[in-house]
Design a binder for this molecule. Structure first.
Ligand SMILES: *[C@@H]1O[C@H](CO)[C@@H](O)[C@H](O)[C@H]1NC(C)=O
Ligand SMILES: *[C@@H]1O[C@H](CO)[C@@H](O)[C@H](O)[C@H]1NC(C)=O
Length: 235
């Protein structure tokens, strides 16, 4: 017979591991969106209105029926000389995945592809270069929180109109992605590949509890076959 405290512990463990619709440590912002909703893989999206103080909402002009709701709108920022930032609450000394996506969709009816820098806190994260109106650009970083808030900023150095489609934050469990210099650096994603995948479909939440997106290597194999000329060595 388990003692009462052992059963209490067991119950707590069950509660910890029971599937739940709430996702602790997840923030999923549908930029420029008005509604809160849950998508078909169970991610709870909210409007970005409480996380940024400026910018304009816009709907994509190029849309198709397959487009997920979070991609149908953007928030865009004026071409002045100010950076515009999202501020996310985090827990100090926890590590987070930060994912920002950008689907242009000709939201400004100019067919002029923007280019702008993205900052994570004070540090340059990457340059977002749009070269296609209907494929989202995805940027991802893994960072240790060293302050109670984390800011993601679209810099003033921009060509065309700065905008953002989604901003996601995922909290990792304790030791994941520990690295020795993490107070001074963050990790920027170059690729995350699911080798041996059987289809083109990527793997993410809920199969990956931290909602990392694992790209199928089937897509890559197809690309290689297209890219690599006969007789060329593959590296
Ligand atoms: C972030 O934290 C501050 C201070 O605790 C709180 O006032 C604010 O409501 C939080 N913001 C969100 C969006 O949860
Ligand atoms: C993967 O996508 C490529 C290009 O869209 C397609 O040619 C191929 O048949 C797909 N493969 C599978 C296994 O779905």
């Amino acid at each position: 017979m388990p003692s009462p405290s052992a059963s209490a512990l067991l119950l707590q463990l069950l509660l910890l591991f029971s599937p739940s619709t709430a996702q602790p440590g997840f923030i999923s912002l549908d930029c420029g969106g008005d509604d809160d909703y849950t998508d078909d893989i169970g991610i709870q999206w909210t409007s970005d209105a409480n996380f940024v103080s400026d910018g304009q909402k816009a709907k994509l002009l190029l849309q198709n029926q397959l487009l997920q709701q979070q991609y149908t709108t953007v928030r865009s920022f004026p071409p002045d000389n100010k950076p515009y930032c999202y501020t996310l609450n985090v827990t100090i000394m926890r590590r987070y995945l930060v994912r920002a996506t950008f689907l242009y969709g000709n939201f400004d009816d100019s067919n002029f592809y923007p280019k702008f820098d993205l900052f994570l806190g004070p540090t340059l994260w990457t340059t977002v270069i749009i070269d296609d109106a209907t494929t989202p650009v995805v940027q991802e970083a893994i960072i240790l929180a060293t302050a109670p808030t984390l800011s993601v900023c679209l810099s003033d150095e921009s060509i065309g109109q700065r905008f953002i489609s989604t901003l996601e934050l995922r909290q990792f469990s304790d030791s994941m992605y520990y690295n020795t210099d993490e107070k001074h650096f963050f990790l920027r994603l170059s690729a995350r590949i699911n080798f041996g995948a059987e289809s083109n479909a990527s793997v993410r939440y809920p199969d990956d509890p931290f909602d990392r997106i694992w790209e199928s290597d089937v897509v890559r194999r197809t690309n290689y076959l297209v890219d690599v000329a006969p007789g060329t060595e593959r590296i």
